[in-house]
Design a protein around this ligand. Structure first.
Ligand code: 2IP
Ligand code: CA
Length: 377
């Protein structure tokens, strides 16, 4: 398990470097933002470049982790497909090749022959990552990788990543928008039970280092396995009057329903993963979402970290049903192995019933008790 944790953390660091690079190197950055100026054909290609950053990161994680753990190779999945159409109408399967030169040659086909961009990306993809983190030496747990699978969200909060605002001011520690909410999310779950077991959240834009204004990343991890919980984070302090964090698009009905509990304490932030991180850090007591707008790759990694801290993420609509029927002690947690029946495409993996993310069961119960009697629910 320690080896798997190390491998995933190293992959998340490489992913963070690629995400930073696409914003810091002119040749790549211009592709990210040029869409606004481009002609029609160009527009389509440049629109695709955003997805390319996502696809590449996903492929790099798959490649690096799959090389060390071949038994996981076919069980590492994410939001993106690696089939890619460039502006010339050619379909290219994006993958990490055995050498940097081969990867650059493949990428320039996707990048409409832009060699500078292709070479920069290939160098980042093939760099050796050295992880020096003494805290990892204490992780000695063993579990068989045979029954595990992995969900990846290469860049969560893509909109904020593209917009790229690095100087948003936090409100009581929470960034309402901006680069801080763009995260790399990796979650490992049990293929048979669907339980989240190991999670990594990497913040590629944690802080900007002077004088060069280079972004530095930070990662967090958690493991919850057979009653043993380990995390890079400590359990946050239980606040008497917690805040709840919501999507800025959250329905007015839910906001109104939560008012008796949180009143003025509602706050809003972009990024599903970022809101879950705010809960893990104790910046919010709960993240409540009334809709099915998150997916397994958004929640699996953060869910494992929250479990390691004594909390979790429940399915809101199922939990309300259980609560109203009197089953209040073991509310249904999200699982990660089964698609939604009758749905197609990404919707198969949606967290359809909405969710509540929490560390302290007291907060979860307060939210449930409030919503269970609200008219809108
Ligand atoms: C999105 C992203 C959005 C979030 C949405 C996720 O993932 O995290 O920010 O909406 O639920 O699926 P909101 O910001 O309203 O919480 P992606 O950026 O990877 O599409
Ligand atoms: Ca996402």
């Amino acid at each position: 398990m320690a080896a798997l944790l190390r491998s995933l953390l190293a992959a998340s660091e490489k992913a963070a470097r690629i995400a930073q690079l696409c914003r810091q190197e002119e040749a790549l950055f211009s592709l990210l933002i040029e869409e606004k100026r481009g002609a029609d054909k160009n527009k389509k290609f440049l629109q695709d470049f955003k997805t390319l950053a996502d696809v590449l990161i996903q492929e790099v994680i798959k490649h690096d982790v799959g090389k060390e753990f071949p038994e996981l190779q076919d069980h590492i999945r994410g939001e993106e497909s690696n089939k890619f159409e460039n502006g010339l109408g050619e379909t290219v399967v994006v993958q990490v090749c055995s050498t940097q030169e081969e990867t650059a040659a493949l990428l320039q086909k996707v990048l409409d022959r832009n060699w500078t961009a292709a070479e920069l990306l290939a160098a980042a993809i093939h760099q050796e990552m050295v992880l020096s983190d003494p805290a990892l030496d204490d992780v000695t747990m063993t579990i068989s990788t045979e029954s595990l699978a992995v969900w990846i969200d290469p860049i969560d909060s893509t909109n904020q990543y593209i917009r790229g605002c690095g100087n948003v001011v936090p409100v009581d520690g929470i960034y309402p928008s901006g680069l801080h909410s763009a995260l790399v999310l990796i979650g490992v779950y049990n293929r048979h039970s669907g339980e989240p077991i190991l999670g990594i959240i990497n913040e590629p834009f944690f802080q900007e280092a002077l004088p060069a204004h280079r972004w530095q990343s930070k990662y967090y991890w958690g493991i919850a396995y057979r009653g043993t919980n380990l995390s890079s984070l400590s359990q946050p302090q239980l606040q008497a009057s917690p805040r709840v964090v919501l999507s800025s698009n959250e329905k007015a009905g839910l906001q109104k329903a939560l008012a008796p509990l949180y009143g003025e304490q509602l706050c809003f932030a972009s990024g599903a993963g970022y809101k879950m991180l705010c809960v893990a850090l104790g910046l919010a007591g709960a993240y409540v979402l009334s809709e099915g707008s998150t997916f397994k790759w958004d929640s699996c990694g953060p869910h494992a970290i929250l479990r390691a801290l004594g909390g979790g993420i429940i399915d809101l609509s199922e939990a309300l049903r259980a609560w109203r029927a009197g089953g209040r002690d073991r509310l249904p947690e999200l699982t990660y192995h089964k698609p939604v029946e009758g749905s197609v495409g990404a919707e198969r993996w949606a967290n359809q019933g909405g969710l509540v993310a929490y560390v302290y069961p007291e907060h979860l119960k307060a939210v449930m008790a409030t919503l269970a009697v609200a008219d809108a629910f």
